[in-house]
Ligand binder design. Structure first.
Ligand code: GDP
Length: 613
């Protein structure tokens, strides 16, 4: 078997923390590569992330682009930035031979990029380090370089990887330099470093056409788009090929449309060869990790295991009294279609029907992945309800219960580290490492995934927003025992109606409100958090009785505290087993599963009796 590398192509991925300058860098790579005609106005920044990515500070969907430099085509793929998308990261990286690690010269490497970098190093990809924003007045490029070196060592980089080339950049001005004293005013040193150090893709023309699908896209014009790197052989429009599904079944099909990346666009092409990253349309049933191959020799390529989900939530049709008021898509078939459609793109996700027709079990790699799905659906006009996340357990061969354990890494100012250790202790976390890095302490723990539900908010509060947390799946390990949940109960409305300032004033004495006066509420809706452990029933809708008597000492002015506003993730963390989150494009409400007060109290009594047995 002879296989060589292809000299005219480089496939690379960029690993960067949000805001370190990836978009700006790619933008200037495009301008200087001649991909845009001279003086052509580049109206929009390319590879720009969607709103949700900005808000969450991570890349959710990877996008591709390509640039040319002196006859070599450089395909650039974007990597998702969070460990919840671990499987996707690995598949995307399987398309490339090298990575650019882009790091802000002032901020240094941040834990969020650690996971992707680790995967890249494990896959023996060739790294290039780009220290960006060296023009910043607070830039500290030498120190940052040391930090990157420490990180590479910590992540187990091999000898060659540790000798990575370093480029210093001012992406904003399209400048890359080989050293801090170099006077280059263009990105040429970066282009050259990419071409000189990153090998071309494997070029195998002896074997027939084979390619594995590593990413899926969607276009309103052509529908489903399957993306991958051609493993071997040549393919052209009109070819008859076989799609090999993961279960081994095969489907014969013709190649009707094929594209390659030119700049940020997909351009139709007639043929392509081993090593090139291409996109195919017309394959309606293709899934990630499936192989498309020449019909003469239909053999599946080995693929990256799709990581097992660790957390599940139930998605239900909205049954609250407000159902259908705020959403565009509210019915069971709509909800079901949308969830199953997500599966086609999002392989780390599972969707299952349940014994209730209007309830679906959705499992994913973490709370964040599920929160992103919920938020995306909300923005698309869906209205539904979700349950408290639950962790997926397993049994070993002896029947012992195993639970998913996460590797948690926190960076916190030293004055807060004690609190964080204490909180993780109550969540059955075990500290495995602690290292000071200046005023910051970096601590590592093994924590049951169960214990992390709700932790993010508590962590941010207890570190006054100065802490950074990152977690990745570690292993399934024996069940660690009971973790006590939320310590405060809910304030539940007994009435349907409109909240009045008058009654909220007395309700707020018993806890923290989530609602404003004037808001419509229903029986069984949670209007706040009780100060004590148990739930209480409240009436937020009472109108002031007209009476001749004046309350002594009262001037009649209502004083209300500002209600607590929570993010979707905070809400997900807040809800209990007997509660649901009602999610619509307009609102997020917490409600009891059983809305009727008497029925709920009876059910709670029964449950308590059962718990005591
Ligand atoms: P991304 O989130 O990684 O895609 O980052 P962007 O490309 O959007 O850049 C984030 C911010 O950093 C923007 O305000 C850029 O203008 C700025 N930026 C990018 N490169 C440089 C640079 O070399 N120097 C300075 N000072 N700012 C930069």
């Amino acid at each position: 078997m002879s296989s060589t590398t292809r000299p005219d192509i480089r496939n690379i991925a960029i690993i960067a923390h949000v805001d370190h300058g990836k978009t700006t860098l790619v933008d200037h790579l495009l301008r200087q590569s001649g991909t845009f005609r001279e003086n052509q106005v580049v109206a929009e920044r390319i590879m720009d992330s969607n709103d949700l990515e900005r808000e969450k500070g991570i890349t959710i969907m990877a996008k591709n682009a390509s640039v040319h430099w002196k006859g070599t085509k450089i395909n650039i793929v974007d990597t998702p930035g969070h460990s919840d998308f671990g499987g996707e990261v690995e598949r995307i990286l399987s398309m490339v031979s090298g990575v650019l690690l882009l790091v802000d010269a002032a901020e240094g490497p941040l834990p969020q990029t650690r996971f992707v970098l680790k995967k890249a190093l494990e896959l023996h990809l060739v790294p290039i380090v780009v220290i960006n924003k060296i023009d910043r007045s607070d830039a500290r490029p030498e120190e940052v370089l040391d930090e990157i070196l420490d990180l590479f060592i910590a992540l187990g980089a091999d000898y060659d990887q540790l000798h990575f080339p370093v480029i210093y950049a001012i992406s904003k001005q399209g400048i890359a330099r080989r050293s801090l004293v170099d006077d280059s005013m263009t990105l040429a040193p970066l282009f050259e470093t990419i071409i000189d150090t990153i090998p071309g893709p494997k070029y195998d023309m002896e074997n027939p056409f084979q390619m594995i699908i590593t990413a899926l896209g969607w276009s309103d014009y052509v529908g489903r788009i399957a993306i991958g790197r051609i493993h071997s052989g040549r393919v052209q429009v009109g070819d008859s090929v076989v799609l090999i599904h993961l279960d081994g079944s095969k489907e014969q099909q013709k190649i009707t449309k094929m594209y390659s990346y030119e700049g940020v666009n997909q351009m139709p092409i007639e043929s392509a060869e081993s090593g090139e990253i291409i996109a195919l349309s017309g394959f309606e049933n293709v899934y990630i990790s499936e192989t498309i191959s020449d019909s003469s020799n239909p053999v599946a390529l080995p693929y990256v295991n799709i990581e097992e989900p660790t957390i599940a939530m139930y998605f239900c049709v909205n049954t609250s009294p407000f159902a259908g008021r705020e959403g565009k898509h509210v019915t069971t078939p709509k909800l079901r279609d949308r969830l199953y459609r997500e599966l086609r793109m999002n392989v780390a996700l599972r969707v299952e029907d349940t014994d209730q027709a209007d309830v679906f079990k959705v499992s994913g790699r973490g709370e964040l992945q599920l929160a992103i799905l919920i938020e995306t659906m909300r923005r698309e006009g869906y209205e539904f309800a979700v349950s408290k996340p639950e962790v997926l357990m397993k049994r070993d061969e002896n029947g012992a219960l195993l639970e998913p354990i996460e590797h948690v890494l926190v960076d916190v100012p030293d004055k807060h580290v004690g609190t964080v250790i204490e909180i993780l202790g109550t969540r059955k976390g075990e500290m495995v490492n602690m290292t000071p890095q200046g005023d910051i302490i970096r601590a590592e723990f093994y924590v049951p995934a169960r214990g992390l539900i709700g932790f993010r908010t508590e962590f941010l509060t207890s570190t006054r927003g100065e802490g950074i947390i990152h977690h990745t799946f570690h292993d399934f390990m024996p069940y660690k025992g009971l973790i006590s949940g939320r310590t405060k109960g809910s304030m539940v409305s007994m009435e349907n109606g409109t909240a009045t300032g008058y009654s909220l004033e007395s309700v707020q004495e018993r806890g923290v409100l989530f609602i404003d006066p004037g808001m419509e509420i229903y029986e069984g809706m949670v209007v706040g958090e009780n100060a004590r452990e148990e739930d209480i029933q409240v009436n937020p809708c009472r109108a002031k009785h007209l009476t001749n008597m004046r309350a002594s000492g009262s001037d009649g002015i209502i004083k209300l505290e500002t209600p607590r506003k929570m993010s979707l993730e905070q809400y997900i963390e807040f809800i209990e087993d007997d509660e649901l989150l009602e999610v619509s494009p307009v609102s997020i409400r917490v409600r009891k599963k059983i809305l009727d007060t008497n029925m709920r109290l009876r059910a709670q009594k029964k449950q308590k009796a059962l718990d005591e047995v």
